[in-house]
Design a protein around this ligand. Structure first.
Ligand SMILES: [Ca+2]
Length: 91
């Protein structure tokens, strides 16, 4: 679990390239590259942009670590709901 948390942090830092926020381009790239398996429409630039707008609490057009973490929370929640769904396998 520690390594998973480190990955979340490192992924943000690497994508932000030393800045405090992800710009639109970096966010597009991150979502497409890292979240394609767990989210829909990650190949759609407009869908990802819409997602970014939804996360952008301070409306600065960029994604801060906190806003990024909100997304991670959504994804974790979606995975959790999927896993506890009626067709979850018993492996
Ligand atoms: Ca923001």
């Amino acid at each position: 679990m520690e390594s998973a948390i480190k990955t979340i942090v490192t992924t943000f830092l690497t994508s932000a390239r030393g800045k405090e926020n992800l710009d639109g381009k970096a966010f597009q790239k991150l979502v497409k590259k890292q979240l394609g398996g767990v989210m829909e429409d990650t190949d759609s630039a407009s869908a990802v942009k819409e997602m970014q707008r939804g996360l952008d609490e301070n409306s600065d057009g960029k994604v801060s670590f906190q806003e990024y973490f909100t997304l991670i929370g959504y994804v974790a929640n979606a995975i959790s709901e999927r896993s506890s769904g009626s067709n979850a396998d018993a492996s």
